[in-house]
Design a protein around this ligand. Structure first.
Ligand code: C5P
Length: 227
């Protein structure tokens, strides 16, 4: 069967990565979390005081972009690709609130995006890949065979993220998470470089009121219609 590229874009915290991982597993494809790459750059910025209290020193970060090496390495124990920043496993740390609170401004920087897009296109050159993000169907792989645009109501998304974090034992406030979800949508959709927008040829998937199983079935059906 010919391998294809599946691009999954959409709003924050609507379960893009869950469904992208499931579909990659079903098809034996590689899954790439493009958001993890922007998160790793943001962690570098935070650690080097180039992002402080919601403010990002853009030029400072651009000047040091060549010091940032991002990779994914397969962990056989959990069978997952994990994110590495300059050789260090940062998979856990990039999911924490400080990174979430600074990642959208970092992701507005043109030079950061150019570097990430180049890496992403390289990863997809042999197809057989599922990538999720904000600009995968519009900028990274405009000729992807299957493009999905995912969304869900903000309250539903905030609740899922809240449940996820509290299940990990973190003490978080629902209102703070909801505010972060809404604020990231606003920045992601209104930025000048590669704003979050639905590709003309993307299929919409609103999963506010459907189960994960229904969602996966729907997606597998779309893939089968193509291959
Ligand atoms: O997908 P995730 O929520 O982890 O992504 C974190 C942030 O990275 C997003 O809020 C967005 O600002 C940025 N991002 C992006 N382009 C992508 C993936 C993520 O701008 N392709």
């Amino acid at each position: 069967q010919p391998k294809i590229i599946i691009a999954i874009d959409g709003h924050s915290s609507c379960g893009k990565s869950t469904v992208a991982k499931q579909i990659a597993k079903e098809l034996g494809y590689i899954y790439i979390d493009s958001g993890a790459m922007y998160r790793a750059v943001t962690l570098f910025a935070l650690r080097n005081k180039l992002a402080v209290d919601g403010e990002v020193n853009e030029q400072g970060l651009i000047d040091r972009l060549d010091e940032i090496k991002i990779e994914f390495r397969f962990n056989p124990e959990n069978r997952r690709n994990e994110t590495y920043l300059n050789g260090e496993n940062v998979e856990e740390e990039i999911r924490q609130l400080p990174v979430s609170q600074h990642v959208s401004p970092v992701a507005t920087i043109r030079e950061v995006r150019e570097a990430m897009v180049e890496l992403q296109q390289e990863m997809g050159k042999n197809k057989g890949i599922v990538m999720d993000g904000r600009d995968i169907g519009t900028v990274v792989f405009p000729s992807a065979e299957l493009k999905i645009f995912m969304t869900a109501r903000p309250e539903v998304r905030a609740q899922r993220r809240y449940d996820e974090l509290t299940a990990k034992g973190q003490e978080v406030s629902f209102d703070e998470i909801l505010a972060n979800v809404i604020e990231r949508d606003r920045i992601d959709s209104s930025r000048e470089v590669s704003p979050l927008k639905q590709a003309d040829d993307a299929l919409t998937l609103d999963n506010s009121d459907i189960t994960r199983e229904e969602q996966l079935d729907w997606l597998l059906q779309k893939v089968q219609q193509l291959t």
